[in-house]
Design a protein around this ligand. Structure first.
Ligand code: IDP
Ligand code: MG
Length: 136
């Protein structure tokens, strides 16, 4: 069974800095994702801390939040059948070294921290993350 879902995608600072946003958006569109909403923003570190709160006990939390707030990002709501899982598959493994051929992180990721994209990991978290950036 497939069902229409929405998921939150972020093109992270390393990819925006390398001017990859249009290329990455084309990949999503070519795979059948609709970009329902998008905005290019830079967030404050305290907002990144809220967004990544689930990771607050991890040793990489501080660096992760500094990084996400270090430059412009592109935040998007993607829609497709099974969007959450399909986006995770298209992104590839968290560490680009482990990501499969054909994935965004394999193609563009620099390192485990500079891995070019974020994607929600469940339908429930997708709703929370979409609200975080687009509730107004
Ligand atoms: P995900 O982005 O694939 O969902 P998460 O485990 O949710 O991966 O971690 C969030 C982000 O934190 C990752 O995308 C990555 O940038 C960073 N991260 C995860 N694990 C590590 C690590 O071991 N060292 C440094 N950064 C990490
Ligand atoms: Mg995650």
């Amino acid at each position: 069974m497939s069902k229409i879902e929405q998921t939150l995608s972020i093109i992270k600072p390393d990819a925006v800095e390398r001017k990859l946003e249009n290329e990455i958006k084309e990949i999503f569109k070519n795979k059948g994702f609709s970009i329902l909403k998008e905005k290019k923003i830079q967030i404050e570190k305290n907002e990144a801390e809220k967004f990544y709160k689930v990771h607050e006990t991890k040793p990489f939390y501080n660096d992760l939040c500094s990084y996400l707030s270090s430059g412009p990002i592109v935040v998007m709501v993607l829609e497709k059948n099974n969007a959450v899982l399909e986006n995770r598959e298209l992104m590839g493994a968290t560490n680009p070294e482990d990501a499969q051929d054909g994935t965004i992180r394999k193609k563009y990721g620099i390192s485990i921290d500079k891995n070019s994209v974020h994607g929600s990991d469940s339908v429930e978290n997708a709703k929370i993350e979409i609200d975080f950036f687009f509730k107004d």
